[in-house]
Design a protein around this ligand. Structure first.
Ligand code: HEC
Ligand code: HEC
Length: 202
């Protein structure tokens, strides 16, 4: 006997309820994620602005990217003692909602002083930017307010942190992405410096 239109309707309602339930994480997970974020602020900043330029901004960062990095710190693929133990202290099943919560926060506005420091050496090459910038923007997006899924925002990221990561990719100290390692090996130290200052000061 063919299913009645009523039973199909209930099946459909059931499926859409299931889909909504999957999309919206239980509020307990959100609460746990918010509590965990408070423990990150000692280093990553109470307002999302880390006090030390060697520390990255993580508020407003791409969620898929954050999730991948937290998993890489946990497994040791991204080797960092501090973040390795921080990421291990977060239960694995909390990581997706933690990444989502962090990503939902707004990217902090930089202080005027930080912007001026980051700008200084690139004043002369300002008009067109460093020569490889176009390549970077093809993945890291030309619009600071959007990110391609899985690709981190670099606009407004802290200067010393960007320099450290570029150097880590160049020297194979960071092996989370083969393309990034290959690309950074083709960019001179001077240009890495220019590009880092360009992104950091915007
Ligand atoms: C004691 C200081 C400290 C605390 C607390 C801390 N972090 Fe970090 N975090 C760091 C440092 C240092 C780095 C840069 C590490 C590196 O070079 O890979 C970092 C990097 C990161 C990155 C990589 C960002 C990027 O752009 O790739 C993420 C994600 C991150 N932290 C998330 C967290 C979360 C979530 C918490 C709280 C559960 C947290 N951190 C707590 C110091 C800290
Ligand atoms: C083919 C796409 C692509 C291109 C081109 C590209 N990137 Fe990336 N970049 C990525 C992806 C994807 C990641 C995340 C890697 C990971 O998962 O660890 C990344 C990560 C980074 C990071 C680490 C950011 C953080 O928060 O830790 C820096 C810095 C960076 N890229 C700089 C550059 C620069 C500078 C250029 C241009 C010279 C460039 N990228 C070109 C895709 C690209």
């Amino acid at each position: 006997m063919p299913p009645s239109s009523n039973s199909l309707k209930y099946l459909f309602l059931g499926l859409s309820a299931l889909a909504t339930w999957i999309q919206a994480p239980p509020s307990q997970a959100q609460t746990n994620a918010q509590q965990t974020i408070a423990s990150c602020s000692a280093c990553h900043g109470e307002d999302g602005s880390p006090k030390d330029s060697r520390l990255p901004v993580i508020w407003g960062q791409n969620s898929t990217y954050l999730q991948k990095q937290l998993m890489s710190y946990r497994s040791g693929q991204r080797d960092n003692q501090i973040m390795g133990s921080m990421a291990e202290s977060v239960p694995k099943d909390l990581i997706p909602s933690l990444a989502q919560e962090l990503s939902n926060h707004s990217w902090p506005t930089k202080s005027h002083e930080d912007m001026e420091i980051a700008k200084e050496p690139v004043v002369n090459s300002r008009a067109s930017g460093p020569k490889s910038l176009g390549l970077c923007l093809s993945c890291h997006t030309t619009d600071p307010s959007t990110t391609a899924d899985g690709t981190p925002r670099l606009w407004g990221q802290n200067l010393e942190y960007l320099l450290d990561q570029m150097s880590a990719f160049t020297q194979d100290d960071r092996t989370t992405n083969e393309s990034m390692s290959a690309i950074m090996k083709t960019i001179s130290k001077n240009e890495q410096n220019e590009i880092a200052r360009f992104f950091s000061s915007h």
